[in-house]
Design a protein around this ligand. Structure first.
Ligand SMILES: [Zn+2]
Length: 291
Protein backbone atom coordinates (compact mmCIF):
# COMPACT_ATOMS: atom_id res chain seq x y z
CA UNK A 1 0.00 0.00 0.00
CA UNK A 2 1.05 3.58 -0.64
CA UNK A 3 0.54 6.08 2.16
CA UNK A 4 0.22 9.79 1.40
CA UNK A 5 2.42 11.61 3.94
CA UNK A 6 1.45 14.98 2.50
CA UNK A 7 -1.83 16.38 1.21
CA UNK A 8 -1.75 16.17 -2.62
CA UNK A 9 -3.35 19.62 -2.79
CA UNK A 10 -1.55 21.80 -0.20
CA UNK A 11 1.31 19.65 1.14
CA UNK A 12 0.09 19.75 4.76
CA UNK A 13 0.89 16.59 6.77
CA UNK A 14 -2.02 16.33 9.22
CA UNK A 15 -5.28 14.62 8.22
CA UNK A 16 -8.53 13.76 9.98
CA UNK A 17 -10.50 10.57 9.31
CA UNK A 18 -13.47 11.40 7.06
CA UNK A 19 -15.13 8.10 6.10
CA UNK A 20 -14.43 4.40 6.00
CA UNK A 21 -15.77 2.91 2.75
CA UNK A 22 -15.92 -0.54 1.24
CA UNK A 23 -14.99 -1.56 -2.29
CA UNK A 24 -18.34 -3.00 -3.39
CA UNK A 25 -17.46 -3.83 -6.98
CA UNK A 26 -14.28 -5.89 -6.78
CA UNK A 27 -12.44 -6.67 -3.53
CA UNK A 28 -14.87 -6.00 -0.63
CA UNK A 29 -11.87 -4.47 1.18
CA UNK A 30 -12.27 -1.37 3.36
CA UNK A 31 -10.46 1.86 2.53
CA UNK A 32 -10.17 5.10 4.50
CA UNK A 33 -10.90 8.56 3.18
CA UNK A 34 -9.13 11.37 5.04
CA UNK A 35 -9.62 15.12 5.13
CA UNK A 36 -6.64 17.50 5.16
CA UNK A 37 -6.64 19.62 8.35
CA UNK A 38 -5.42 22.63 6.41
CA UNK A 39 -7.36 22.69 3.12
CA UNK A 40 -10.07 20.05 3.77
CA UNK A 41 -9.16 18.15 0.58
CA UNK A 42 -10.55 14.60 0.77
CA UNK A 43 -8.50 11.68 -0.50
CA UNK A 44 -8.30 7.91 -0.10
CA UNK A 45 -5.36 7.03 2.15
CA UNK A 46 -3.61 4.61 2.01
CA UNK A 47 -4.15 3.43 -1.57
CA UNK A 48 -2.97 0.30 -3.42
CA UNK A 49 0.41 0.65 -5.12
CA UNK A 50 0.26 1.68 -8.78
CA UNK A 51 1.49 -1.81 -9.75
CA UNK A 52 -1.49 -3.37 -7.88
CA UNK A 53 -4.34 -1.01 -8.80
CA UNK A 54 -5.09 -2.92 -12.02
CA UNK A 55 -6.46 -5.77 -9.87
CA UNK A 56 -9.15 -3.42 -8.53
CA UNK A 57 -10.50 -2.71 -12.03
CA UNK A 58 -11.22 -6.36 -12.76
CA UNK A 59 -14.99 -6.50 -12.57
CA UNK A 60 -17.87 -7.16 -14.95
CA UNK A 61 -19.64 -4.29 -13.19
CA UNK A 62 -16.94 -1.80 -14.04
CA UNK A 63 -18.40 -0.64 -17.34
CA UNK A 64 -16.60 2.65 -17.96
CA UNK A 65 -13.96 0.91 -20.04
CA UNK A 66 -16.09 -1.58 -21.93
CA UNK A 67 -19.17 -1.68 -24.09
CA UNK A 68 -21.10 -4.50 -22.40
CA UNK A 69 -24.87 -4.06 -22.42
CA UNK A 70 -25.94 -6.58 -19.77
CA UNK A 71 -28.50 -5.58 -17.15
CA UNK A 72 -30.86 -2.66 -16.83
CA UNK A 73 -28.39 -0.33 -15.07
CA UNK A 74 -25.89 -0.92 -17.82
CA UNK A 75 -28.53 -0.37 -20.53
CA UNK A 76 -29.63 2.86 -18.89
CA UNK A 77 -26.00 3.94 -18.62
CA UNK A 78 -25.46 3.43 -22.35
CA UNK A 79 -28.65 5.26 -23.32
CA UNK A 80 -27.74 8.25 -21.19
CA UNK A 81 -24.16 8.18 -22.40
CA UNK A 82 -25.22 8.69 -26.03
CA UNK A 83 -27.32 11.66 -25.02
CA UNK A 84 -24.62 13.20 -22.82
CA UNK A 85 -21.93 12.73 -25.50
CA UNK A 86 -23.70 15.34 -27.61
CA UNK A 87 -24.04 17.67 -24.64
CA UNK A 88 -20.33 17.33 -23.89
CA UNK A 89 -19.42 18.20 -27.48
CA UNK A 90 -21.62 21.30 -27.45
CA UNK A 91 -20.08 22.42 -24.15
CA UNK A 92 -16.56 22.19 -25.62
CA UNK A 93 -17.66 23.91 -28.86
CA UNK A 94 -19.25 26.77 -26.92
CA UNK A 95 -15.81 27.68 -25.56
CA UNK A 96 -13.58 26.65 -28.47
CA UNK A 97 -15.28 26.25 -31.87
CA UNK A 98 -12.70 23.86 -33.37
CA UNK A 99 -9.09 22.71 -33.18
CA UNK A 100 -7.20 19.86 -31.54
CA UNK A 101 -8.68 18.05 -28.58
CA UNK A 102 -7.06 15.68 -26.09
CA UNK A 103 -9.34 13.34 -24.16
CA UNK A 104 -7.39 12.12 -21.15
CA UNK A 105 -8.60 8.66 -20.10
CA UNK A 106 -10.64 8.33 -23.28
CA UNK A 107 -11.72 4.71 -22.66
CA UNK A 108 -13.08 3.17 -25.87
CA UNK A 109 -13.06 6.59 -27.57
CA UNK A 110 -16.82 7.27 -27.69
CA UNK A 111 -16.36 10.99 -27.02
CA UNK A 112 -13.40 11.43 -29.38
CA UNK A 113 -15.36 9.66 -32.10
CA UNK A 114 -18.15 12.26 -31.98
CA UNK A 115 -15.53 15.06 -31.83
CA UNK A 116 -13.78 13.67 -34.92
CA UNK A 117 -17.11 13.38 -36.76
CA UNK A 118 -17.64 17.08 -36.04
CA UNK A 119 -14.33 18.27 -37.47
CA UNK A 120 -12.01 18.14 -34.47
CA UNK A 121 -8.48 16.78 -34.67
CA UNK A 122 -8.34 14.26 -31.84
CA UNK A 123 -5.89 12.45 -29.62
CA UNK A 124 -6.64 10.10 -26.73
CA UNK A 125 -4.71 8.82 -23.74
CA UNK A 126 -5.89 5.53 -22.29
CA UNK A 127 -3.87 3.09 -20.17
CA UNK A 128 -6.23 0.12 -20.68
CA UNK A 129 -5.04 -1.94 -23.65
CA UNK A 130 -8.45 -3.47 -24.45
CA UNK A 131 -10.17 -0.08 -24.51
CA UNK A 132 -7.35 1.36 -26.62
CA UNK A 133 -7.80 -1.41 -29.17
CA UNK A 134 -11.53 -0.64 -29.57
CA UNK A 135 -10.73 3.07 -30.00
CA UNK A 136 -8.10 2.43 -32.65
CA UNK A 137 -10.50 0.14 -34.53
CA UNK A 138 -12.75 3.21 -34.85
CA UNK A 139 -9.82 5.01 -36.51
CA UNK A 140 -8.79 7.05 -33.49
CA UNK A 141 -5.23 7.83 -32.43
CA UNK A 142 -4.82 6.78 -28.81
CA UNK A 143 -1.60 6.42 -26.80
CA UNK A 144 -1.15 4.70 -23.45
CA UNK A 145 0.63 7.43 -21.52
CA UNK A 146 1.27 11.19 -21.53
CA UNK A 147 5.04 10.54 -21.90
CA UNK A 148 4.31 9.49 -25.50
CA UNK A 149 3.15 13.00 -26.40
CA UNK A 150 5.72 15.48 -27.67
CA UNK A 151 6.21 18.63 -25.59
CA UNK A 152 5.68 20.63 -28.78
CA UNK A 153 2.17 19.23 -29.24
CA UNK A 154 -0.48 21.76 -28.16
CA UNK A 155 -4.19 21.40 -27.64
CA UNK A 156 -7.15 23.78 -27.85
CA UNK A 157 -9.19 21.64 -25.48
CA UNK A 158 -8.34 18.97 -22.93
CA UNK A 159 -11.15 16.92 -21.40
CA UNK A 160 -11.35 14.47 -18.50
CA UNK A 161 -14.74 12.80 -18.08
CA UNK A 162 -14.70 11.12 -14.68
CA UNK A 163 -10.97 10.52 -14.92
CA UNK A 164 -9.08 12.96 -12.65
CA UNK A 165 -10.24 11.08 -9.52
CA UNK A 166 -8.37 8.00 -10.85
CA UNK A 167 -5.05 9.71 -11.67
CA UNK A 168 -2.04 8.67 -9.54
CA UNK A 169 0.38 11.47 -10.40
CA UNK A 170 -2.17 14.25 -9.90
CA UNK A 171 0.22 17.23 -9.74
CA UNK A 172 2.43 16.01 -12.61
CA UNK A 173 -0.65 15.45 -14.78
CA UNK A 174 -2.01 18.94 -14.10
CA UNK A 175 1.43 20.40 -14.91
CA UNK A 176 1.29 18.50 -18.20
CA UNK A 177 -2.13 20.03 -19.01
CA UNK A 178 -0.89 23.50 -18.19
CA UNK A 179 2.10 23.06 -20.54
CA UNK A 180 0.21 21.47 -23.43
CA UNK A 181 -2.81 23.76 -23.53
CA UNK A 182 -2.88 26.59 -26.06
CA UNK A 183 -3.52 30.15 -24.90
CA UNK A 184 -7.32 30.56 -24.61
CA UNK A 185 -7.73 26.79 -24.60
CA UNK A 186 -10.08 25.06 -22.17
CA UNK A 187 -9.53 22.33 -19.62
CA UNK A 188 -12.79 20.54 -18.85
CA UNK A 189 -12.97 18.23 -15.85
CA UNK A 190 -16.01 16.21 -14.77
CA UNK A 191 -15.91 14.55 -11.34
CA UNK A 192 -18.32 13.39 -8.62
CA UNK A 193 -19.16 15.92 -5.91
CA UNK A 194 -19.10 14.64 -2.33
CA UNK A 195 -21.06 17.72 -1.19
CA UNK A 196 -24.14 16.61 -3.14
CA UNK A 197 -27.45 15.59 -1.56
CA UNK A 198 -27.05 11.95 -2.60
CA UNK A 199 -23.48 11.81 -1.20
CA UNK A 200 -24.68 13.14 2.16
CA UNK A 201 -27.66 10.77 2.19
CA UNK A 202 -25.79 7.55 1.37
CA UNK A 203 -22.57 8.48 3.25
CA UNK A 204 -20.14 5.48 3.16
CA UNK A 205 -22.50 3.69 0.73
CA UNK A 206 -22.35 6.50 -1.83
CA UNK A 207 -21.29 4.74 -5.02
CA UNK A 208 -19.17 7.63 -6.29
CA UNK A 209 -16.65 7.21 -3.44
CA UNK A 210 -15.75 4.06 -5.40
CA UNK A 211 -12.66 3.24 -3.33
CA UNK A 212 -9.88 2.45 -4.02
CA UNK A 213 -10.33 3.39 -7.70
CA UNK A 214 -11.28 6.96 -6.75
CA UNK A 215 -8.15 8.38 -5.18
CA UNK A 216 -9.55 11.91 -4.59
CA UNK A 217 -13.02 13.19 -3.67
CA UNK A 218 -13.64 16.66 -5.05
CA UNK A 219 -15.95 19.57 -4.31
CA UNK A 220 -16.08 23.04 -5.86
CA UNK A 221 -13.76 24.67 -3.30
CA UNK A 222 -10.92 22.13 -3.44
CA UNK A 223 -11.19 21.74 -7.22
CA UNK A 224 -10.75 25.50 -7.63
CA UNK A 225 -7.79 25.59 -5.20
CA UNK A 226 -6.08 22.66 -6.92
CA UNK A 227 -6.33 24.09 -10.44
CA UNK A 228 -5.27 27.56 -9.27
CA UNK A 229 -1.86 26.05 -8.39
CA UNK A 230 -1.38 25.37 -12.11
CA UNK A 231 -2.54 28.78 -13.32
CA UNK A 232 -6.13 27.85 -14.16
CA UNK A 233 -9.23 29.84 -13.25
CA UNK A 234 -12.75 28.49 -13.16
CA UNK A 235 -14.90 29.87 -15.98
CA UNK A 236 -18.13 27.95 -15.34
CA UNK A 237 -19.61 24.80 -13.88
CA UNK A 238 -22.29 22.57 -15.38
CA UNK A 239 -24.36 19.87 -13.70
CA UNK A 240 -24.46 16.24 -14.80
CA UNK A 241 -28.07 15.64 -13.89
CA UNK A 242 -28.21 11.98 -14.89
CA UNK A 243 -25.42 11.03 -12.52
CA UNK A 244 -27.58 11.51 -9.42
CA UNK A 245 -29.91 8.75 -10.68
CA UNK A 246 -27.17 6.36 -11.74
CA UNK A 247 -25.13 6.87 -8.56
CA UNK A 248 -28.27 6.53 -6.38
CA UNK A 249 -29.17 3.24 -8.09
CA UNK A 250 -25.76 1.79 -7.28
CA UNK A 251 -25.76 3.29 -3.77
CA UNK A 252 -29.15 1.68 -3.02
CA UNK A 253 -27.65 -1.67 -4.00
CA UNK A 254 -24.58 -1.16 -1.79
CA UNK A 255 -26.64 0.00 1.18
CA UNK A 256 -29.56 -2.46 1.05
CA UNK A 257 -28.11 -5.33 -0.97
CA UNK A 258 -30.69 -4.94 -3.73
CA UNK A 259 -31.57 -2.50 -6.49
CA UNK A 260 -34.49 -0.25 -5.57
CA UNK A 261 -35.36 1.70 -8.72
CA UNK A 262 -38.13 3.77 -7.18
CA UNK A 263 -36.12 4.87 -4.18
CA UNK A 264 -33.08 5.65 -6.36
CA UNK A 265 -35.20 7.64 -8.81
CA UNK A 266 -36.70 9.65 -5.96
CA UNK A 267 -33.27 10.36 -4.45
CA UNK A 268 -31.93 11.35 -7.87
CA UNK A 269 -34.78 13.84 -8.32
CA UNK A 270 -34.33 15.26 -4.83
CA UNK A 271 -30.58 15.59 -5.37
CA UNK A 272 -31.04 17.60 -8.57
CA UNK A 273 -33.69 19.78 -6.94
CA UNK A 274 -31.56 20.43 -3.83
CA UNK A 275 -28.59 21.26 -6.06
CA UNK A 276 -30.38 24.10 -7.83
CA UNK A 277 -29.54 26.60 -5.08
CA UNK A 278 -26.03 25.63 -3.99
CA UNK A 279 -25.06 24.00 -7.32
CA UNK A 280 -24.04 20.88 -5.42
CA UNK A 281 -24.97 18.40 -8.13
CA UNK A 282 -24.01 14.74 -7.79
CA UNK A 283 -21.42 15.23 -10.52
CA UNK A 284 -20.10 18.54 -11.77
CA UNK A 285 -18.34 19.61 -14.97
CA UNK A 286 -15.72 22.31 -14.33
CA UNK A 287 -14.54 24.50 -17.20
CA UNK A 288 -11.10 26.09 -16.64
CA UNK A 289 -9.02 28.50 -18.64
CA UNK A 290 -5.40 29.46 -18.21
CA UNK A 291 -4.93 32.84 -16.56
ZN1 LIG B 1 -4.39 20.07 2.19
Amino acid sequence: MFQHEKCPLCGHSKFQPFLSCKDYTVSNEAFQIVSCENCSFKFTNPIPELSQIGNYYKSEDYISHSNTKKGLISKLYHFVRNYTLKQKLSLVSNHVPHGTILDYGCGTGMFLNICQNNGWKTLGIEPDEGARKIASEMGLEVVSDKSQISKAKKFNAITLWHVLEHVYDLNETLTFFSEQLEQNGVLIIAVPNHKSYDAKLYKEFWAAYDVPRHLYHFEKKTMGQLLLKFGFTLVETKPMKFDSFYVSLLSEKYKHGRTNYLSAFWTGLKSNFAAKKAENYSSVIYVFKKK
